[in-house]
Design a protein around this ligand. Structure first.
Ligand code: RB5
Length: 149
C-alpha cells in the first residue's frame, strides 16, 4: 500500500508520528510537505495529496492542518476525492465504513498526537461497508459529474 501525506504549519505536529505508524506497517509514504512550522498555505498541500489520490498514484491520502477543515475543503475540490475530517475514533471509523473516505483529514490544534495515530489506525483498519452506502457514494459522484469539468 502507498499513502500520500501533506500538511500545513498547523498540522505538522501530527505528521512524524503518523509517518512512523505507516512505515511500521510497511506502507510506502509519499510526503508532500510541508517540512517546517513556517507559515504556508494549506490548499497547496491539499492539492498535491488529492491529485496523487485522484490519479491513483497512491491508494489513500492523509491531510493535516490546524483544524483539518481548510485542507479537507481544498482536497474535496479535486474530482474523485472524498476527504473527511475526523476528530475521534467514531468519526475516523465511520468516514471509511459509510463514506469510503479516500483522504483522512485531522487538525493539529484539535486532536493529540496519540489520538491522531489511533484514528489513523482505525481508518486504515476499517472496510467500506458497501450496500446502500455504495448508492450514496454513486450519488456524490453524480454531483461531481454534473458540476466538475
Ligand atoms: C492556519 O493558521 C490555519 O488556518 C489552518 O491550519 C487550518 O486550520 C485551516 O483550516
Amino acid at each position: 500500500m502507498k499513502i500520500a501525506i501533506g500538511c500545513d504549519h498547523g498540522g505538522i505536529v501530527l505528521k512524524p508520528a503518523i509517518v512512523d505508524l505507516l512505515q511500521s506497517r510497511e506502507i510506502e509514504v509519499v510526503d508532500f510537505g510541508c517540512y517546517s512550522t513556517d507559515s504556508v498555505d494549506y490548499p497547496d498541500f491539499a492539492l498535491k495529496v488529492a491529485e496523487s489520490v485522484s490519479k491513483k498514484e497512491v491508494d489513500l491520502g492523509i491531510v493535516l492542518c490546524g483544524t483539518g477543515i481548510g485542507i479537507s475543503i481544498a482536497a474535496n475540490k479535486v474530482k474523485g476525492i472524498r476527504a473527511a475530517v475526523a476528530h475521534d475514533l467514531f468519526t475516523a471509523e465511520m468516514c471509511k465504513r459509510h463514506n469510503n473516505a479516500n483522504i483522512l483529514a485531522m487538525g493539529g490544534r484539535v486532536v493529540s498526537i496519540d489520538l491522531a495515530v489511533e484514528m489513523t489506525k482505525k481508518w486504515l483498519d476499517t472496510e467500506f461497508e458497501g450496500g446502500r452506502h455504495t448508492n450514496r457514494i454513486n450519488k456524490i459522484t453524480a454531483i461531481e459529474d454534473k458540476y466538475f469539468k
